[in-house]
Write a protein that binds this ligand. Structure first.
Ligand SMILES: [Ca+2]
Ligand SMILES: [Ca+2]
Ligand SMILES: [Ca+2]
Length: 319
């Protein structure tokens, strides 16, 4: 007997439906769950996201949670970019063949209903994209896995599980994107740990992964993602036997302070500034003469916080 996946529609399932086979023994549907996700324009970040499993581009992107997992979204004219940080303490994954039964392993699933016409089962334009923790891809439409879209996926292992990054061209979805538009959307995380399988679906629906009626929405925002705050240069200036000035520049207005001391543990810090500036010059006082000092700059703005690498300078001997 073939076990039916617990997230499969209970009727009217075509035999080529990739979720018709293989079953998990645990289904988790946490409530309440958010069911709306914004996608910011990626443009202001200056670069289109690189689909490499490194989620740096998504640092300031809108996100939504599914248990311990997080999903991030950005968009631009050509494609939708999604990224997930999946928490999984045991990676159990082996399938390397496209359109294999990836939902039986550690994997991420994304569902999109371009027309947002919902329904009790996937039809025509509805799409499912699955990536397992080794980067193998599965894609389906309402008829099953025979449909192959043009999309990219990359996976990287992390200390707590793995990251997934997806680039899905709008042309693959049949969507002409515009700010303010919303589409049916959901995602799921499958966790295999030995013989145990857990499946979590965003939106908290009680049944039916491939049921657009249960999905939430993805809305394209006109807002650009905030640029990551970057310290673009720093240096020690005007160093004497007892004082030094630390200067640094930023790509945006931010506050800032300097940690410093005779060891890499620093030990002292400047009081910081109340204003938001893109250039800073702060004075370090009561330094010892002829001593090597370590310093690190800390700045923060609405886009987040950044710290510099450790810098060094030597105070002068007393004349
Ligand atoms: Ca990336
Ligand atoms: Ca396919
Ligand atoms: Ca696992």
């Amino acid at each position: 007997m073939v076990a039916r996946a617990p997230h499969e529609p209970q009727s009217d399932v075509s035999s080529c439906d990739p979720h018709a086979y293989g079953g998990g023994d645990t289904v988790t549907h946490p409530r309440p769950q958010p069911s709306q996700l914004l996608a910011y324009l990626s443009k202001r970040a200056g670069v289109v996201p690189v689909v490499d499993g490194n989620l740096e581009e998504f640092q300031n992107a809108p996100s939504t949670a599914l248990g311990d997992h997080s999903l991030y979204a950005l968009w631009e004219a050509d494609a939708l970019y999604l990224a997930a940080n999946v928490v999984d303490d045991r990676l159990d994954v082996s399938i390397a063949t496209r359109d294999g039964d990836l939902w039986t392993e550690d994997s991420l699933e994304v569902f999109i209903d371009p027309e947002r016409d919902r329904g009790s089962r996937m039809t025509g334009g509805d799409r499912q994209f699955v990536v397992n923790a080794r980067g193998t891809q599965l894609d389906t439409d309402g008829a099953g896995a025979a449909w192959d879209g043009e999309w990219r996926a990359a996976v990287s292992p992390t200390a707590t599980g793995y990251t997934v990054e997806l680039g899905i061209p709008w042309s693959t979805l049949g969507i002409d994107p515009e700010a303010g538009a919303s589409y049916g959307f959901s995602f799921a995380v499958n966790d295999k740990d030995g013989s145990a399988q857990t499946q979590m679906l965003w939106g908290g629906a009680d049944s039916g992964f491939r049921v657009p009626d249960n999905w939430g929405t993805l809305t394209l925002s006109a807002d650009p993602v905030a640029e990551r705050l970057a310290i673009t240069g720093h240096t020690a200036k005007d160093v004497t036997d007892s004082i030094a000035f630390i200067e640094w520049s930023l790509n945006d207005a931010a506050d800032g302070f300097v940690e410093y001391g005779p060891t890499a543990a620093y030990g002292s810090r400047t009081p910081g500034e109340s204003g938001f500036l893109s250039f800073h010059r702060q004075r370090l006082t009561n330094l010892s003469p002829a001593t090597a000092y370590f310093y690190r700059i800390n700045s923060s703005s609405e886009a987040g916080a950044s710290a510099s690498a450790t810098g060094t300078f030597n105070t002068k001997p007393i004349n």
